[in-house]
Design a protein around this ligand. Structure first.
Ligand code: GLU
Length: 457
């Protein structure tokens, strides 16, 4: 059987690094098992879902290197859910309820004061046909609940009923169905909540592994019961820990915090995002993987911790720097062209500056410094000015070779007696306008003799 996974966000906002964790867990699992990856949009909430958000999610996933085998939209599959509803009704495990939210709230309070668990008491099962007719004539429409299989004879007497599964991430898991309310599957207006369409799709699309955040652990108990009610074998489940900020706050699609889009705009590389999103909160070290193949080699769902994965966005910059420092010119070339960095000098330029930049676009400032001269003019003391005059007079004639910097500074040292920082810092400042940066021995040949002399203060 082909391993089949799906990533199923609601298109109600831009995805963030926490959603990317779920998507990548699925994608890498499929990669490691030669499986299929379905991109499913859980867009039954038509008021909040938009095609623009779905498109933006696809764009962000492509940017990360995820290319789904198929893309599905739940809003286009309602007939299949309608058919499942008919089957559940026929099996008498879907029942109509007429309570308003206020009535339910009141009942919960009463149950609490009586020391009962605040779950739905299945009062709707005791409605007489006359009471139903009265609600209907008052204009009330029913919502529909799934009767959880947590009783032997009388549904009003639920008993402890354990659902077990061996979680890919968390190991043995148990949910007691008597501790839960019968879930509402269909709203009053006939629209679907997430629970049923997800199960119907997982069956219909032959999903073998459901990998998602651990906020769904309880749902899994309910959904396993639904798989069984629909006559299907439940898939394997895996629930990974969620990413939180250092202060422990969860991430939300709605706030846009740490969205993939904002990270991209900040110049973070996709592999920095992917490496952190996958490896944080696992027993693996968080290091920058060069591509998803390499990351897949480090990915093991069972190595994921059960507690929340706190992460510091600054780690992204650390990973980004590593990726920059190691990026071969062939990989950077096209992106540099877009930034206006091209020609014979592009390659030696890249090799000279990549060790000194946090993000690829930082190369532009260095390219400008090399082509147009320092962007900030430095102030020199009279002594340094004299020193620089002497130094520029000693600049070797062309042709230059790779040793030109060494030759030049050797001569300067001999003539002026300066060495170390008093020798190098005024030169660095005069040539680049900055107190730090790439090796001057690499930059000097790129400036050429004329370009270097033009920097004489
Ligand atoms: N739409 C659900 C969510 O975003 C999907 C959960 C699942 O993977 O089943 O949480």
């Amino acid at each position: 059987m082909t391993i089949t996974v799906r990533f199923a966000p609601s298109p109600t906002g831009r995805i963030h690094i926490g959603n990317a964790r779920t998507a990548l867990f699925n994608w890498l699992f499929a990669m490691n098992n030669k499986g299929r990856y379905i991109q499913r949009f859980d867009d039954t909430d038509v008021a909040r879902s938009t095609q623009e958000f779905a498109d933006s999610i696809l764009y962000d996933l492509h940017w990360l290197g995820i290319f789904p085998d198929v893309t599905e939209y739940q809003s286009r599959r309602v007939e299949i859910y309608d058919a499942a509803v008919e089957r559940l009704k026929a099996a008498r495990v879907l029942y109509a309820c007429y309570e308003t939210p206020e009535e339910l709230d009141l009942r919960r309070k009463v149950r609490r004061t009586r020391g009962l668990p605040p779950v739905y008491g299945r009062e709707a099962l005791t409605l007489t046909p006359e009471q139903v007719a009265e609600y209907e004539s008052d204009g009330r429409r029913p919502h529909w609940r799934f009767l959880l299989p947590n009783f032997t004879g009388d549904p009003l007497q639920p008993e402890r009923t354990e659902v077990h599964w061996n979680d890919l991430v968390r190991g043995e898991e148990t949910v007691d169905l008597a501790s839960l309310s019968d879930p509402v599957l269909v709203r009053e207006d006939g629209t679907y909540l997430y629970t049923l369409p997800s199960v119907v799709d997982d069956i219909d699309m032959s999903v073998t592994h459901v990998i998602r955040g651990d906020d769904h652990v309880t749902n899994t108990g309910v959904q396993i019961a639904l798989f069984q009610a629909l006559g299907a074998e439940p898939p394997v489940f895996g629930h990974h820990n969620l990413l939180t900020t250092v202060s422990g706050e969860g991430l939300s699609k709605r706030t846009g915090a740490l969205s993939i889009e904002s990270l991209r705009e900040d110049g973070i590389e996709p592999m920095a995002v992917a490496s952190l999103a996958v490896l944080v909160g696992t027993s693996e070290n968080v290091t920058a993987a060069h591509d998803l193949n390499e990351l897949a080699g480090h990915f093991d769902p069972a190595a994921t911790s059960k507690s929340a994965a706190k992460f510091d966005p600054d780690e992204l910059f650390v990973l980004n720097r590593t990726l920059m420092h190691q990026m071969p010119f062939e990989e950077a070339r096209d992106r540099l062209i877009v930034l206006g960095i091209s020609g014979d000098k592009a390659e030696p330029f890249w090799l000279a500056v990549r060790g000194n930049i946090d993000r690829l676009s930082d190369a532009v400032a260095w390219w400008r410094i090399l082509s147009d001269g320092p962007q900030e003019s430095a102030e020199f003391s009279g002594e340094d000015r004299n020193f620089l005059d002497q130094a520029f007079d000693l600049l070797p004639e062309e042709p230059w070779n790779g040793a030109v910097w060494k030759d030049w500074t050797g001569k300067i040292k001999e003539a002026t007696g300066r060495k170390g920082k008093p020798l190098f810092m005024p030169l660095r400042l005069a040539l680049t306008g900055r107190t730090s940066g790439p090796e001057l021995s690499d930059l000097l040949p790129l400036m050429g003799r004329e370009g270097t002399l033009a920097r004489r203060p």
